[in-house]
Design a protein around this ligand. Sequence first.
Ligand SMILES: Nc1ncnc2c1ncn2[C@@H]1O[C@H](COP(=O)(O)OP(=O)(O)O)[C@@H](O)[C@H]1O
Length: 198
Amino acid sequence: MKDLILELRSDLKGRLTPTRFEHTVSVSFICTALAMRYGCDLNKAELAGLLHDCAKPYGDEDIIRKCRKQDLPLTDDELKAPVVLHAKYGAWLAEHKYRINDEEIINAIRWHTTGKAEMSLLEKIVFTADYIEPRRDRAANLALVRSIAFVDLDECVYQILKGTLDYLEGKGNFVDSMSKQAYVYYKQVHEEKKGELG
Ligand SMILES: Nc1ncnc2c1ncn2[C@@H]1O[C@H](COP(=O)(O)OP(=O)(O)O)[C@@H](O)[C@H]1O
């Protein structure tokens, strides 16, 4: 496993920009830290983190063409905001180029950008690590999100979705409906927990 991880790291170093590679390695280590905290397989977490942005080098037109070539169905939302497609095509690359045959890892790559309702533990870990890794510095709610990431993962996912929707809507950007559905789901989890507390 260690050999595969080192091999992948060296492949990605050659394919990603230095900043993207730095982000990738950082995400992979935060994934392992979250996996330690929440009882997830460390190797799977590191692999998913390493590969999450493997399709990032492609621009919008290129990635739409590549998805169509592989018969990956594209939603209307994805065609309106193709920036999210690196997650879908990245999951395909993980399976077919990097020969990852673990559904959990492939799905964690698949949903790392938009998120979705009822994510698996590994999906939540990669989604969270992508937002909080130490090189990130833009999101307005980063301090809050970082402070709860190792305390309550569902609450953390809720706050990330809230921050992302606020940010995208504030800029007038189109928002993929998977994220809206995810937000509704994790808001419900948040409200239920608040109800239980008192
Ligand atoms: N649900 C969504 N709909 C549309 N755009 C989104 C959505 N979620 C994230 N984005 C945007 O997609 C881009 C890529 O997000 P991400 O995968 O986190 O990559 P990066 O590492 O470049 O931030 C960002 O500009 C983000 O704001």
